[in-house]
Design a binder for this molecule. Structure first.
Ligand SMILES: [Zn+2]
Ligand SMILES: [Zn+2]
Length: 353
């Protein structure tokens, strides 16, 4: 790859501070305030954010819901997309003016077994945007040049943002599921992730059955290619999907352990359950006997690699996916979080700083 570091990167002093949404305390509202622009370290770039999606993970981060917690104060956001405006020492992968996406995998070591075998998302040295590195909920963000992904020309940054986590995460989940033509794929949860999972499963040749609790979301699922839909408040998804012959793969995207258990129950013999969502309540109860006798596979899938994200952008650029999103100003961050938690958002909220 050509070295494209400009000779005259703008001096640090050009940007003293910028507005960002900051978590100061878990379970408290975020404050939109001025934060200092720190000098770039070797390998880092500064990005002027054009769009940044709100993922459920950001809400879990702001609440400190998971066993590994971020350290306040921090700026959430791992679907940031924008233009490179400053390049630190030693950056060779991107240049000023490039439009880039800043995904969850903000940094990895590049040399461990995971990194060199195509599983950089499992690197123990990783840093995560919006968690251990300040993320995209601001006018600017700092990222590592090697771990951003260029957004191809012609892709709207407002579409690119949700693709940067919701897209790549579900694209990878379908890869991990191993969906092949004619497989029946059960997608549990039709939100920011689910609406894209349906499309990737269909692109892979699967027949999709979407499960949710809200009729409007199921209607959206049908528009995006789901052949069957089940409202789990009206019908038992296990019975309904077993009556279709059982799912070859089930993808658990709803933040509810009960949905994971139901997803398991929809599998046919030899089926595969992919864990993707991360409910605050961390445990499920699944039977050992049936898992063994029916040859069930259960696997976790965490985001995706830079290559996966490039493929996601390629599919979108080719017109094969539709991103359903609602654009809001960053100042609405707390109301937007409340709306996501209450299920009042069709798919994805994208902030414009
Ligand atoms: Zn996410
Ligand atoms: Zn590594």
């Amino acid at each position: 790859m050509a070295v494209t570091t400009p000779k005259s990167a703008p001096p640090e002093s050009q940007l003293g501070s910028y507005r960002a949404a900051v978590v100061h305390k878990f379970h408290k509202p975020l404050t939109v305030e001025e934060v200092p622009a720190r000098p770039l370290e070797p390998g880092q770039i500064r990005v002027q954010v054009e769009a940044s999606g709100l993922c459920h993970t950001d809400i879990h981060a702001a609440n400190g819901d998971w066993p590994v917690k971020p350290e306040p104060p921090f700026v959430p956001g791992h679907e940031g997309v924008g233009k490179v405006v400053e390049v630190g020492p030693g950056v060779a992968d991107v240049a000023l003016g490039d439009r880039v996406a800043m995904p969850w995998l903000g940094y990895a070591c590049g040399t461990c077994d995971h990194c060199v075998s195509g599983w950089e998302t499992l690197c123990l040295e990783q840093k995560n945007m919006g968690y251990s590195i300040d993320g995209g909920f601001g006018e600017y963000a700092t990222a590592y040049g090697r771990y951003v992904v260029k957004v191809p020309d012609g892709i709207d940054p407002l579409d690119a943002a949700p693709l940067t986590c919701a897209g790549v995460t579900t694209y990878k989940a379908v890869k991990v599921a191993g969906t092949r033509s004619s497989d029946l794929v059960a997608v549990f949860g039709v939100g920011g992730l689910g609406h894209l999972a349906i499309q990737y499963a269909a692109i892979a040749g699967g027949r999709v059955v979407a499960v949710d609790l809200i009729d409007e979301k199921l209607e959206l699922a049908r528009k995006l290619g789901a052949e069957f839909t089940i409202n789990a408040t009206e019908r038992d998804p296990v019975e309904a999907i077993q009556s279709l012959g059982g799912a070859d793969q089930a993808i658990a995207l709803a933040v509810s352990p009960k949905a994971f258990e139901q997803a398991y129950g929809t599998l046919r013999r030899g089926g595969k359950l992919v864990f993707v969502a991360l409910p605050a309540d961390n445990y499920v109860t699944l039977p050992i006997f049936e898992t063994v006798l029916q040859g069930i596979t259960i696997v976790g899938s965490i985001v995706g690699t830079r290559t996966d994200l490039r493929e996601v952008f390629e599919l979108h650029g080719a017109g094969k996916t539709h991103v359903i999103r609602e654009v809001r100003p960053l100042d609405t961050v707390n109301d937007s979080i409340a709306d996501v938690e209450a299920g009042r958002v069709a798919a994805r909220i994208v902030f414009q700083p």
